[in-house]
Design a protein around this ligand. Structure first.
Ligand code: SF4
Length: 166
């Protein structure tokens, strides 16, 4: 269930983790960290990271190769992916309030608030649409990620580009 806190939408934990994994992989240079390494870097349980990695792979944003020399890598589609698109994919198209639940709300059949909240949710997603994963690892985030992960190098693109906030 998603709920509104102080006017801001609270994301599912998996949505934020998906973005963190993408950002982590955006600064890996030529190395291919394992899911376990990414989970450790992001300080999350392996099982949570593995689920998110599987979904990111399914979405065509990352590749995951097994065995010796394997690991995770960000695809170009992942690097240029819109943050809004990733958030939409992980959040789904459910309402921000659970109007049905175990005890359905009595206003359910004719509620103006429901539509207003849906529009607010869409505006929230739309505000993230112009931003890409690559934008999210521009300084200061990219260098900080490098410090956490020990990844060998920041990609040239992330060194030169600033966030696209237009
Ligand atoms: S039907 Fe309207 S008032 Fe009832 S829970 Fe949904 S949004 Fe809230």
């Amino acid at each position: 269930m998603r709920i509104i806190y102080a006017g801001a939408m609270r994301l599912l934990r998996s949505t934020d983790l998906a973005l963190r994994v993408l950002m982590r992989l955006a600064v890996t240079g030529d190395s291919s960290p394992t899911t376990r390494e990414v989970a450790a870097d992001m300080d999350v349980p392996y099982t949570h990271a593995a689920k998110v990695v599987a979904e990111l792979q399914h979405l065509g944003l990352i590749t995951a190769r097994r065995g010796r020399g394997g690991g995770l890598a960000l695809m170009e589609a992942g690097r240029t992916a819109s943050v809004g698109a990733v958030v939409r994919a992980f959040e789904g198209d459910g309402d921000v309030v659970d109007c049905e639940g175990s005890t359905p709300c009595p206003l359910n059949s004719a509620c103006r608030l429901r539509g207003a909240l849906r529009r607010a949710q869409e505006a929230f997603f739309a505000s993230l649409d112009p931003l890409t994963v690559q934008d999210m690892v521009a300084a200061p985030t990219g260098p900080l990620l490098l410090g956490i992960t020990g990844a060998p190098q920041l990609s040239r693109a992330s060194q030169r580009s600033g966030p696209n906030t237009s």
